[in-house]
Design a protein around this ligand. Structure first.
Ligand SMILES: NC(=O)c1ccc[n+]([C@@H]2O[C@H](COP(=O)([O-])OP(=O)(O)OC[C@H]3O[C@@H](n4cnc5c(N)ncnc54)[C@H](O)[C@@H]3O)[C@@H](O)[C@H]2O)c1
Length: 255
């Protein structure tokens, strides 16, 4: 029997360490029969080193999602490796320090704008940059952190994620006419580089470990990665604009 994403050509953004959710997505994708192309931001030699730990080290394209030239040239760069894309994984988030950790009332607009550019608007930018290579049946998947609530310390990143969740619904509307699906995975807290940059992140960790009905492993990226692959597979053909929670069931509870 073939793998879940056998023969699919997937673009995976967001690998920076082997703890990155995107690293688990890329590893599982290859194990499940996909051809993977990575994009890397900034420290490309580091991304290359990490990518060598994948079963089949994939090509890496430089991409800063806020750089218009990078986005314009992306489709041509991808064509050097594959002749089309069946799935795009957006695993990107960033907010300047002022936007996180309790300074919500004082964060300046320029910093908030950066958070929204990298973490929210880029979902649309990445999707449209890849569109020339996509055809009906294609899928875009991103990662959110449940934005229906105001969390401690998450601050403007929470606002950015609320925007991302809305962006996902609008993209579903505009890309649906082309037969392309777009969905998010709402992951519980995972110990990645992005998570470590949030002061007070341990408050999420403690709450999840204590309350999630299924329990929660802070260092296991695989459940979130599996959901990303499932959403890009043939098994969600009529699902778009959706948010799938991969959080041990935490979101379903009150107090
Ligand atoms: N770790 C968690 O607890 C958690 C929970 C829910 C959702 N998420 C989301 O998962 C996604 C992946 O994060 P992660 O936790 O794997 O952390 P990570 O630090 O491994 O990945 C974040 C990635 O964003 C990339 N990035 C930052 N600015 C960029 C830019 N301008 N252009 C292109 N790439 C850029 C970084 O290079 C990095 O690879 C993010 O959207 C994050 O918000 C994380």
């Amino acid at each position: 029997m073939g793998g879940l994403v056998e023969g699919k050509r997937l673009l995976v953004t967001g690998v920076i360490t082997d703890q990155s959710i995107a690293f688990s997505v890329a590893r599982l994708a290859q194990e499940q029969g996909a051809t993977v192309v990575l994009t890397g931001f900034g420290r490309l030699t580091l991304v290359e080193r990490i990518a060598r730990r994948l079963p089949d080290p994939p090509p890496i394209i430089e991409l800063d999602v806020t750089n218009a030239e990078h986005l314009e040239g992306l489709a041509d760069k991808i064509r050097e490796h594959v002749d089309g894309i069946d799935g795009v994984v957006h695993s990107i988030g960033f907010a300047p320090a002022s936007c996180l950790g309790g300074g919500f009332l004082d964060a300046p607009w320029d910093d908030v704008a950066t958070a929204l550019h990298v973490s929210t608007y880029s979902y649309k930018s990445l999707a449209t940059a890849c569109l020339p290579l996509m055809s009906p049946g294609g899928a875009v998947v991103g990662l959110t952190f449940d934005a229906t609530k105001a969390w401690p310390v998450y601050d403007w990143m929470g606002v950015a994620k609320a925007g991302l969740e809305s962006c996902n619904r609008y993209l579903a509307k505009y890309l649906g006419t082309k037969g392309i699906r777009t969905n998010l995975v709402a992951a519980g807290p995972l110990r990645t580089m992005a998570a470590r940059s949030i002061p007070g992140f341990d408050r999420f960790e403690d709450a999840w470990v204590e309350k999630a009905p299924l329990g929660w492993n802070l260092t296991d990226q695989e459940p979130a990665a599996r959901a990303c692959l499932a959403l890009m597979s043939e098994w969600f053909p009529a699902t778009t604009g959706e948010i799938v929670h991969v959080d041990g069931g935490f979101h379903a509870l009150g107090v």
